[in-house]
Ligand binder design. Structure first.
Ligand code: HEM
Length: 154
């Protein structure tokens, strides 16, 4: 069970952070290849509609598998190093940010694109970009700390 929890935890983190990296660093700068806001905004909606259901699964899997490791392998919160405390703290911030993004800017973005209200959609996309950018940085730091922490924490 623990091997499965570790594997699911690592794969979930890879999918979430890798997906955000691709969206932010690769797809976003490629958008000018499309002509004007409407096709770009429609493409973003298609991308979010496909990525966010995965993220919902991930934000359930990460804490479940993380706390599984803590309580079954490390004997509870007192048995883990500061890198794990930091990971769970930052992890919850990332999860709350994603929840806010999903029910706030993403919901409004979707309505605006469906209504073809392009300036309003563009505004919401800016908020989404800022939140994804923040979560990307937090996710990169958390992944580095999660994977290497036991080697440098005393
Ligand atoms: C939300 C609560 C979370 C808890 C309770 C948690 C807990 C843990 C624990 C106990 C480990 C084992 C570390 C070791 O053996 O030294 C771990 C590893 C790891 N965590 Fe987390 N984690 C959480 C969130 C996250 C998030 C948000 C990410 C990245 C987006 C992440 C990425 C990783 C990675 C890459 C590893 C190393 C691979 C592994 O050993 O599973 N974790 N985590």
């Amino acid at each position: 069970m623990s091997a499965l929890a570790v594997a699911i935890h690592a794969v979930a983190a890879t999918l979430w952070v890798g997906g955000m990296f691709f969206a932010y660093q690769i797809l976003r700068p490629s958008m000018p290849l499309l002509d004007g806001p409407p096709p770009r905004l429609k493409l973003w909606l298609g991308v979010f509609d496909r990525f966010f259901p995965w993220v919902w699964g991930i934000v359930i899997a990460l804490p479940l598998t993380g706390y599984w490791q803590i309580y079954s392998d490390y004997g509870g919160m007192d048995g883990v190093g500061p890198h794990i405390h930091a990971m769970q703290g930052v992890g919850w911030v990332m999860i709350v940010l994603f929840g806010y993004l999903y029910f706030g800017p993403y919901a409004k973005f979707k309505t605006a694109v469906v209504d073809e209200a392009w300036p309003a959609a563009g505004e919401q996309l800016n908020s989404i970009r800022r939140i994804v950018g923040t979560n990307l940085i937090l996710g990169l730091v958390t992944t580095a700390a999660g994977a290497s922490g036991r080697l440098w924490v005393l």
